[in-house]
Design a binder for this molecule. Structure first.
Ligand code: ADP
Ligand code: MG
Length: 255
């Protein structure tokens, strides 16, 4: 385990919907530059946790710190500017847009030069349209959609939509990327391809939190895993210790 200060830190984070506690008093630390798994049975609160970190939903209690800064009450766009971006469990794309236009929507707030800028060796002033398009095309190549730039979203396969969502999220130049079931519904070849993208991003220094049902996918990628059950954290640690944990086995098999 690294001694680096966590890039993302949750303390006592709770979200209630009426009488239902979707996320219950959760503490979570994510080490910068790592791939961190967030797992648990259906309804455990994983997507709600992403909603809270990305600002889609307000916390009922607790604090969220990103890169040393309290972001608990920041609106979504300010969290995106701070470097937090997420994908949704069900892709939220505009059917009538082209693939290229979709990625460019992710560029609008960001004409700055983050690490993706340096990754693609662009100048510090990647501000004009041609350069934005060039960044978008490089992101499409990264996710294997470079041949589909002019395709309309409505004509894309399910797997292609997943990849497009990743490209759009990357277009905001996140330092923390939250991926909600990006591999679900993908065939084994597509799954391995997406795993390769995730590894490459982490190798470039990005921090990634993965929600995923496919245990092999999680175990093959994550240095650390946090397990939620009924909104509460029931285990946290390296994948091997978590999979052997009695409470985790009970949560997955015992109901
Ligand atoms: P997971 O992603 O782990 O499957 P969710 O975070 O989607 O779980 O849901 C956690 C719990 O919160 C579930 O019981 C779900 O029905 C409930 N929930 C999620 N969003 C809402 C909402 N907007 N209103 C009411 N209940 C919600
Ligand atoms: Mg979910």
């Amino acid at each position: 385990m690294s001694n680096a200060a966590p890039i993302l830190s949750l303390r006592g984070v709770t979200r209630r919907f009426g009488g239902l506690v979707a996320v219950r008093d959760v503490d979570l630390d994510v080490v910068p530059g790592t791939i961190h798994g967030l797992i648990g049975p259906n309804g455990a609160g994983k997507s709600t946790a992403f909603d809270l970190v990305s600002g889609v939903t307000p916390v009922s209690a607790g604090t969220i710190r990103f890169d040393g800064r309290d972001v608990t009450h920041l609106p979504v766009h300010m969290r995106v500017e701070a470097g937090i971006c997420r994908t949704f469990q069900t892709p939220r794309l505009f059917e009538a847009m082209t693939v290229l236009e979709t990625v460019l929507t992710g560029r609008h707030r960001h004409a700055r030069c983050g690490f993706l800028g340096s990754m693609f060796s662009l100048g510090a002033k990647a501000r004009d349209e041609a350069q934005q398009t060039e960044v978008a095309l490089r992101l499409l190549a990264l996710v294997g959609l470079d041949g589909e730039a002019d395709t309309t979203v409505s004509g894309l396969s399910y797997g292609a939509r997943r990849k497009l969502e990743i490209a759009r999220a990357l277009a905001t130049e996140p330092r923390l990327l939250l991926l909600d079931e990006v591999a679900s519904g993908l065939n084994p070849v597509e799954t391995e391809f997406v795993a390769g993208i995730i590894r490459r991003l982490a190798a470039e220094g990005m921090t990634i939190v993965l929600v995923e049902h496919d245990m092999r996918f999680i175990m093959g990628l994550c240095e650390r895993v946090t397990v939620l059950n009924f909104g509460a954290r029931i285990a946290d640690g390296p994948p091997v210790s978590v999979t052997g944990d009695e409470a985790v086995i009970e949560a997955y098999l015992g109901r």
